[in-house]
Ligand binder design. Structure first.
Ligand code: E4P
Length: 217
C-alpha cells in the first residue's frame, strides 16, 4: 500500500519524507490556495519544489473544465517533472481528457469520485489512479469505506490496473480500514499517518525499559 500526503505544505511534505514511509503527494486547488500559492509561475515552481522533496508521484490538478483547456494545462503540468500525475475531475470533458492523456503517455489521477460508476468510467478511460473521497461521503452520513470495497470488487472482476487512491482521509482508522479492504494508496494529512505510531503499551513499555536500564547503571 502506498502512502501519499495530501497537502501543498512544503514543511509537512519534508517531515513526511523524513519519516521514511512516503510514496507521493496529492494536491488540489484548495490546498494550493491554503499555502498562498498564486499565479501561474509560482504554482509551477511550487510543484517543482514538491518534486524536489519527494521521489514519488505528485498529483497536480487542472483548473480548466473544458477538454482543450484540460489537455493544454495537463501537458504543461506533466512537463514540469516526470513525477507529476495530472489530476482531472470526474466530469464528461474530464473523461475525454483522461483518455487523451492515457493515449499520450501522461499519467492521471481522476478526482472527485463518489460512486462505483464514476470509478468504472475512470478505469475505462485508462486513469492511473482513481480518487474516491471517503471522508466527504462519511460527512453526509454515507459509507466511504463501502465505496472503496465496491470499487475494489469491480476492478478485480475485470483486472483494471487503475490504482484505488483513497482520498479525503479524516483520521488514522480510515487508513487502517483502507489497508484491510485493499485500497492501493491512501492520501492523508500527516496527522493521520502519525496516528499510526500511537499505542499506550508502546509508551509504557519503553518507559519501563529505560527506567530499568537507568536503575541498572
Ligand atoms: C484528494 O486528492 C483531495 O486532495 C483530498 O483528499 C480532499 O480531501 P478533503 O475532503 O479533506 O478536502
Amino acid at each position: 500500500m502506498k502512502f501519499f500526503i495530501d497537502t501543498a505544505n512544503l514543511a509537512q511534505i519534508a517531515e513526511a519524507q523524513e519519516l521514511g514511509c512516503l510514496d507521493g503527494v496529492t494536491t488540489n486547488p484548495s490546498l494550493m490556495a491554503k499555502e498562498g500559492i498564486k499565479g501561474h509561475d509560482n504554482v509551477m515552481q511550487h510543484y517543482q519544489d514538491i518534486c524536489t522533496i519527494v521521489s514519488g508521484d505528485v498529483s497536480a490538478e487542472v483548473i480548466s473544465v473544458d477538454f482543450d483547456g484540460m489537455v493544454k494545462e495537463g501537458k504543461e503540468l506533466a512537463s514540469i517533472n516526470p513525477q507529476i500525475v495530472v489530476k482531472v475531475p470526474m466530469i464528461e470533458q474530464g473523461v475525454r481528457a483522461l483518455r487523451y492523456f492515457t493515449d499520450n503517455g501522461i499519467r492521471t489521477n481522476c478526482t472527485l469520485v463518489f460512486s462505483v460508476g464514476q470509478a468504472l468510467l475512470a478505469a475505462k478511460a485508462g486513469a492511473s489512479y482513481v480518487s474516491p473521497f471517503i471522508g466527504r461521503i462519511d460527512d453526509i452520513s454515507s459509507d466511504g469505506l463501502a465505496l472503496i470495497e465496491e470499487i475494489r470488487l469491480v476492478y478485480d472482476n475485470y483486472g483494471f490496473e487503475t490504482e484505488i487512491l483513497a482520498a479525503s482521509i479524516r483520521h488514522t482508522m480510515h487508513i487502517v480500514h483502507c489497508a484491510k479492504i485493499g485500497a492501493d494508496v491512501i492520501t492523508s494529512p500527516l496527522s493521520a499517518i502519525k496516528g499510526l505510531l500511537k499505542h499506550p503499551l508502546t509508551d509504557i513499555g519503553l518507559e519501563k525499559f529505560l527506567s530499568d536500564y537507568r536503575e541498572s547503571q
